[in-house]
Write a protein that binds this ligand. Sequence first.
Ligand code: NAD
Length: 259
Amino acid sequence: MQESDPIVTISQWIAKAERIIVFTGAGVSTESGIPDFRSPGGLWDRYDPDEFRFQRFLESEESRKKYWKMSTEFFALLTRVRPNPAHEACVELDRLEKLECVITQNVDNLHTEAGLDPGKVIEIHGNALQVGCLECDARHPRAEIQEWVDAGEEVPLCRKCGGLLKPRTISFGQGMPVDEMQRAEACMKRCDLFIVIGSSLVVYPAADMPIHAKANGVQLAIINMTPTPFDEHADLVIYGKAGEVMEDILRRVKQLLIH
Ligand code: NAD
């Protein structure tokens, strides 16, 4: 039931809103050069997702080697990429005092790198630039542990307790981070507009969030290149590239706020 130009409509909603949640997925970072998982040529075209289940990491040295190999490739990519206009648009929304928070499924740190207040970024699938010990929870910067891996340690172990080290990202089958989920729920109670950008909305429990927001009476907008299972429940859907669409929207929002 979209009659008028959805870009005009969402710009008007943003101009009126005071506490927006932007919920992002891998599609917000593809214009920075990080492939998503499910598009053609994405990560799951090259790797079998079953190989990277958390249980396998715990049980099999062979799986841990594969994990660190894939993760090393991903980290090398992360050191080369920069935020794009979609990440910058989130910073701009905060400057305009419109942003409650960004809830991101991404682990690439690009929202923070774009300059968004870290207190407003909720990383529900963790952050690939941090490493933690699964036994004693000792934390390390990724670059430090990557040096050990690059020096030949295929599966790095904690120097304090000998436990398994793993990037602090959430694998399939691994529990969601409690603090982040609580913070996200608290923000969802306060928000007045929920905008999904660049997510296939098929990864759970993250994908429940837009539907919960909608059930709470919050307007739901989805900006994605391809259809999602929730499009029919959304108040507005825009098919397009996150960076281009968000640049266009922010330009219009600023015009509306001036007049
Ligand atoms: P996904 O791969 O399942 O879906 C990405 C969606 O974004 C697709 O529907 C695709 O059509 C769309 N898309 C791609 N490029 C776009 C663009 N330029 N503009 C708008 N839409 C675009 O990703 P997901 O929903 O985030 O879930 C997959 C999981 O993969 C998440 O848990 C996430 O943690 C992880 N992941 C993260 C990164 C990252 O940190 N950058 C990269 C790959 C995967």
